[in-house]
Each structure stands twice: as structure tokens, then as C-alpha cells.
Ligand binder design. Structure first.
Ligand code: NAP
Length: 679
């Protein structure tokens, strides 16, 4: 690979490095392959461009518009994966490491694209939670909403995941409607830069939505305010330095930190040698030590086993590590490539030496190991190194020193309380795993270690075939952790989008809340008297369009017929004496499901038309029993509309069933799929 200049993309133009650029070496050969950095980059202009051009363009779109773009971007990147793979080998990543970084990053975009369309409205305001009735009669209500921030997502990333690290932050930011300025670590910025270039060249992104700084950020952070979010991933030292910037503190700038952590894995007492769980434990520990050469924020640094099984763990893990082929990551036989740089290798060696003052090295000699297909001394190669600490209670460095490489320490624990104590001595971690079949142990671990961990991962032979791995943050689940791990939180499905939005409590009348949220609120204006709503297409229906049905009397014969027809002969419907003795019933009452069926019979328009299917109901409440000879009627209102495919969308109806005294007896939401046009 020849030397190349890695440019930044600033305010619509690619800007080459200048004389301040830093050299970047290939992890395999140590040769300088690129340079990045430009001290005169107009970072203030980038910030203003993102905020004024990108933000405006993004906020003009709906969540669904942006979700569709995310999907298109993910598909585009999928088509160009090979180019990213080819470049990423130079960071030391093997083909299976690419699965985490490149495929994992693209997969994260797909998940946010899907969730954005499924779980968010086709609108610009997100409703967070349910309505709150604040006045006695329902004329004054409250609703939490989330609106996009009017600033910029500034994403500062660690070197180890040049693609995933960027995309896992970009996807929720973009979905929120906020532009991004991406700042990858210089050591691997050439991979991120290619990914950004592919995304920009796709023509899918609105102008200003994405910029990249390949190099230092200058005084960018001093241009931020409360509408910006700085989302940082990296070491605890850099996080502390950045978050302590007085300008950020004075302006309450949001600062999310994902930093290093002393993640651990616990072998459950039940997972004895010879069980499938024991083998699973060894397999996961091996994978965490060797994937990305241990340069994973979630990698297992501390391995805890019942004292009686420590020896077996060391033996089994060492045997597996001994089979790990270290070498040129481009060779498919290679299981572990080099670290990202020789300086990173030296840092890991220094940290391992610190661990070595309290622990004994039981596998891996950095002065004596084989590298296949590459020069061991020129590239940033290390062997996996396993340590054993016999007295983890007395050890200090073990619980605070992160050797960001293929280094892990095995230690004994006495019982669950001791394991929890050791886990928590990491003072806040991204993840801990426990390999066990014991549900009681799992509950104890969640209560005891949950407060110090962002994620707890339980695995055993029931779940192992589908489990996603100790070290893999899933876009659906939160990633982050308390204390040492930075105190930040990312991902977690739509929660991750909220980090780039402002939650605002909106209070007002039902009509005001209906207009704001594009979701009809009971008590708001109803549109009645038109054609039957089931004859109206998705596009014709308007929020609040309401049908009032005629009455239907419920007889004892109806109840008995329904009971015998369905087999539901519960005493409350069939036995007057027993029903009366029940605190809920005045005597025999109608089945709730009978009421739902009668309700459908009252509001349905039977002819073929735009209503394609009833796909479910939600939030069903039976509020008052219905006795024989009572009568019921229904109010059916259009509550919300959400497009689903090119042909139809979902209509959410608010249904209230009332009795002859206008008292509500049942309330629920009904979902139908409606064709956009009446055929
Ligand atoms: P790092 O040295 O802390 O750097 C992280 C990022 O901060 C890089 O992009 C770096 O850019 C940037 N940076 C440094 N000084 C800065 C400044 N003054 N202003 C703005 N940005 C600045 O960490 P690293 O060596 O890249 O990554 C390894 C560490 O990251 C490990 O400790 C690992 O545990 C942690 N990590 C955590 C997670 C997580 O999700 N919690 C994920 C991955 C890694 P330059 O390259 O230009 O210095």
C-alpha cells in the first residue's frame, strides 16, 4: 500500500492534510502508509455548517424518511464491504474481526432503520410514554415529547472500531434528525474516512448531515453549546481531560463517555469441567482474548472461577490459546492479527508487566512466539498472555489496569457474594458474563453486580447456539456502564436516539396535544357524520374521525350461547350464586370477549374495502361488568396513522364501549391495516 493523504470533509469540501499531519503506520509491516491532520481546518465553520445546513435539512424530514435513508446507506455500504475489508487489514484486523467492525457497523444501521420505521411515527415529534391526565375532567393533559436538538453530534472515537464505532453513533444521531461531525482516532482514520466517503458518494445523505475530521479537532469543542452532544469513546484519561473542559461545564454541553473497563466473566459453580457450560466458558474467554487482538472495550480482562476449577480453566484455556495462529491478518488461517501499532503493543506490554507484579504469567511469552507470514518485530504482534492471580482480594492493579490487548487474568472466587465483590472492584464495567444454568445465581448477580455494570450476559447450553457473545454490544440493548466505564449509555434501540433529542413535557388541552403529537387524544374534537370510516382509505381518514354505533342489548341467552360455543363456562358467567359471592360481580355477567365480539359486530362495515386486516389490539381494559339485559354501544375514533408498506398503512383506533348509562365498560386500541387508496 502506498502512502496516501487522508483528507477531512469539511463544509462540503475534502481538505487534504497539511504539514502538521501525523504519520500512520501499517499494523502488519510497521511501514508508514498514510498521514492525516490539518491544523488550519476551519472547525468553527464545520460546526456552523452542520448546525445551519445539516440540521435544517434533517429536521425537515420525518423519522421514517431518515430511517429509509439509513437503510439505503446500509445497503450501499454492504455493496462496498470488500473495499473496507481490504483497507481494514492494515489496522491488524482479521476477516473475522471485520465481522465485528464492518458487518457489525452496517448491521447496526439496519437495526436502527427498522426500529425507526416500526417504533417511531412518520412525524417529526416523538411521543415519549403515555398521556397524563392533569385535570379532573380531562380538559388539561400532559405528554412528554422528544424533539431533535438543534446542534451537532460530535463523535470522537477510539481506534479499535473504525467503522462500527462511527456507525453506532451516527445511526441514532441521524435518526434523531441531528447532523454528525465524526472524529476517528488517527491510527485507523483511513478506514473511517473511506466509509464516510462511500456514504457521501452514495448521494443519499442530505447536505450537511455528515462531516469527518481526519486529525485533531482543534478548538471545535469550544464552539459547542447545550444543543450539541459530544459522544466520546476512548480511554478514561482522555475522557476526563475532555469532560473537564470549562467551556463544556459552563454551557452544560452533553458529554457521553464510553471508556475503558475491567470486564469479567464468571464460571458458575454448576459449570464444572466436563459440562457444556465449562466448554462454553473457555470458548468465550478465548474469543474475547483474541478477537481484535484483545483490543475490544468489552473484552474479558478478568476470568473468575470457583477455586476448585481454576486449574482446569487455565489448562483448557491455555490449550486453546496454543492453537491460535498469529500472523498476517490477510491470511484466512490467521486467528489473531497484530495490534494496531507498535506503540499500542508497547503500552500493552507495560500494563502486562504491572499485572505481572501481582500475578503469574501462565501462558504466552512476548519474547518467544511464532508469527506466520509477517515480520514479528516490524509488525505490532503479541501472543495472547494469560495470568493467574491466586489472591484477587489482595491484588490492586488486577482490578484497575486495562491492558488493551490479548491479556487476561484467571482468579479464584469462593461463593457468589465473593464473585460479586470481585466484579464490582472494577468500579464500573461495560459488561460481565456469567456462565450458569442457575436462575437463582443469576438473580443474585443482577442485584449485586447490576449497579456496577451496563450489561450482564448469562449464557448456558440452552442459549449458546443463538447467543451473541460476551463482547458484542447489540444495537437493541444499551452499551455503556457506570463509573470507570464512563457513566455513559449508547444504543439500546430507540433509547439511543433520545440522547440526541430534548425531552420536553408538553401540557395543554386535548386539541392542542392532538395537533402537537399527531395522535388523537380522547376529549379532542371528533369528526362525525361522514361515511363509515371502514369505507375510507388510509389517506382519507383523519385523526379524530369517529363512528358512534347503535345500542345492542346483551341477554342471558347471549352469555350462555357464547359460554357453550367457546367452552368458557367460568362461574362468573354461569353460576349466579358463585358470581354474587365474587367481589367484582353483581351476579352473572357477560364475558369480556363477548363484549369485544359484539363491539366488532357493531362497528364493522362488512363489505370489501380499504380495511385489509385487523392485526391486533392493545391496552385492553374491562372497567365495569355488563349484566344480562344491559346494553352496550361503541365509539370508534381514528387515533394515529403510520405508513407501513408502499400499499398500506396501520390505523390505530381508539375504541370505547359504554353501557346504557354511558359508563365505559371497556376501552382498547385496535389496529388495522388500511389501503392507501380505495380500489
Ligand atoms: P484515546 O487515546 O483516549 O483516544 C480516543 C479518541 O480521543 C481518539 O479519537 C483521539 O484522537 C481522541 N482525542 C485524544 N485527545 C483528544 C483531544 N484533546 N481532543 C479531542 N479528541 C481527542 O483512546 P484510544 O487509544 O483510541 O482507544 C483505546 C481506549 O478506548 C481503550 O481504553 C478502550 O477501553 C477504550 N474503548 C472504549 C469503548 C467503549 O465503548 N467503552 C470502545 C472502544 C474503546 P487521536 O487519535 O487524534 O489522538
Amino acid at each position: 500500500m502506498t502512502l496516501s493523504d487522508i483528507p477531512s470533509f469539511a463544509a462540503g469540501s475534502w481538505i487534504a492534510p497539511d504539514s502538521s499531519a501525523r504519520p500512520i503506520a501499517c499494523a502488519i509491516t510497521g511501514d508508514v502508509i498514510a498521514q492525516a491532520g490539518n491544523s488550519s481546518l476551519d472547525v468553527a465553520g464545520m460546526h456552523a455548517y452542520a448546525r445551519d445546513v445539516g440540521g435544517r435539512n434533517l429536521r425537515a424530514l420525518t423519522f421514517h424518511d431518515r430511517a429509509r435513508m439509513l437503510k439505503a446507506l446500509a445497503l450501499h455500504l454492504s455493496e462496498h464491504k470488500q473495499a473496507l475489508y481490504d483497507l481494514s487489514f492494515h489496522t491488524g484486523a482479521t476477516q473475522s474481526d471485520h465481522a465485528f467492525d464492518i458487518d457489525g457497523g452496517i448491521g447496526t444501521m439496519f437495526v436502527f432503520a427498522a426500529k425507526g420505521r416500526r417504533e417511531m411515527p412518520d412525524a417529526q415529534i416523538y411521543l415519549d410514554g403515555e398521556l397524563e391526565q392533569l385535570g379532573r375532567n380531562g380538559s388539561f393533559m400532559g405528554q412528554h415529547v422528544c424533539v431533535p436538538l438543534q446542534g451537532v453530534g460530535i463523535h470522537i472515537n477510539a481506534f479499535n472500531f473504525p467503522v462500527w464505532g462511527m456507525l453506532e453513533k451516527f445511526a441514532p444521531t441521524f435518526l434523531a434528525g441531528v447532523p454528525s461531525i465524526v472524529k476517528p482516532a488517527i491510527a485507523t482514520c483511513y478506514v473511517t474516512q473511506l466509509c464516510v466517503k462511500l456514504m457521501l458518494d452514495s448521494g443519499i445523505l442530505p447536505e450537511g448531515a455528515l462531516q469527518i475530521i481526519s486529525g485533531g479537532v482543534g478548538d471545535l469543542l469550544l464552539h459547542t453549546d447545550a444543543q450539541d452532544v459530544i459522544s466520546f469513546t476512548g480511554s478514561a484519561d482522555t475522557a476526563l481531560m475532555l469532560r473537564a473542559t470549562p467551556h463544556l461545564l459552563q454551557n452544560a454541553v452533553r458529554f457521553v463517555a464510553e471508556q475503558d473497563s475491567l470486564n469479567a466473566s464468571v464460571l458458575g459453580p454448576d459449570a464444572t469441567p466436563g459440562t457444556a457450560e465449562f466448554d462454553l466458558f473457555i470458548k468465550e474467554a478465548h474469543r474475547e482474548m483474541t478477537t481484535k487482538a484483545g483490543q475490544k472495550c468489552t473484552a474479558i480482562r478478568r476470568i473468575m472461577a470457583p477455586a476448585a476449577h481454576v486449574e482446569a480453566v487455565i489448562e483448557a484455556l491455555s490449550a486453546r490459546l496454543a492453537k491460535t495462529v498469529i500472523g498476517d491478518p490477510r491470511d484466512p488461517a490467521t486467528r489473531m492479527g497484530p495490534l494496531v501499532s507498535t506503540s499500542q503493543r508497547d503500552d500493552v506490554l507495560a500494563k502486562a508487566a504491572m499485572l505481572g507484579t501481582e500475578s503469574e504469567r501462565v501462558f504466552g511469552d512476548p519474547d518467544d512466539f511464532e508469527v506466520v507470514g509477517a515480520d514479528r518485530d516490524k509488525g505490532a504482534f503479541l501472543p495472547p498472555m494469560l495470568y493467574h492471580c491466586a489472591d484477587p482480594d489482595a491484588a490492586e492493579r488486577l482490578h484497575v489496569t486495562e491492558a488493551f490487548g490479548p491479556v487476561s487474568t484467571v482468579m479464584p472466587y469462593r461463593d457468589a457474594a465473593h464473585a460479586i465483590d470481585l466484579l464490582n472492584r472494577g468500579k464500573g464495567s461495560l459488561v460481565a458474563s456469567v456462565i450458569t444454568r442457575d436462575g437463582d445465581l443469576a438473580r443474585e448477580m443482577v442485584l449485586g453486580a447490576g449497579p456496577w455494570h451496563g450489561r450482564l450476559y448469562f449464557n448456558n447450553s440452552d442459549s449458546m447456539a443463538e447467543s451473541t457473545g460476551h463482547g458484542a454490544p447489540m444495537p437493541h440493548m444499551i452499551h455503556g456502564g457506570p463509573g470507570r466505564a464512563g457513566g455513559g449509555e449508547e444504543l439500546g434501540g430507540i433509547r439511543g436516539v433520545m440522547h440526541y433529542m430534548q425531552r420536553t413535557a408538553v401540557q395543554g388541552s386535548p386539541d392542542i396535544l392532538t395537533a402537537v403529537g399527531q395522535r388523537w387524544v380522547p376529549g379532542a374534537t371528533e369528526h362525525t357524520g361522514g361515511p363509515h370510516p371502514f369505507t375510507r382509505s388510509y389517506h382519507q381518514l383523519q385523526l379524530g374521525e369517529t363512528l358512534y354505533t347503535k345500542n345492542r342489548k346483551v341477554t342471558l341467552e347471549d352469555i350462555e350461547t357464547f359460554a357453550h360455543f367457546t367452552g368458557d363456562t367460568f362461574y362468573g358467567h354461569m353460576d349466579e350464586e358463585a358470581a354474587k359471592a365474587n367481589p367484582f360481580f353483581p351476579g352473572r355477567v357477560a364475558h369480556g370477549y363477548l363484549l369485544l365480539s359484539f363491539a366488532a359486530g357493531l362497528f364493522v362495515q362488512p363489505d370489501p374495502g380499504p380495511v385489509l386486516a385487523n392485526t391486533g389490539l392493545a391496552n385492553l381494559n374491562f372497567m365495569k361488568p355488563v349484566s344480562p339485559e344491559d346494553s352496550i354501544k361503541v365509539r370508534l375514533s381514528v387515533k394515529q396513522k403510520t405508513p407501513r408498506t408502499a400499499e398500506y398503512g396501520q390505523v390505530r383506533w381508539h375504541v370505547t364501549v359504554t353501557n346504557q348509562d354511558d359508563e365505559p365498560v371497556a376501552e382498547y386500541e385496535l389496529f388495522t391495516m388500511n389501503a392507501y387508496e380505495v380500489s
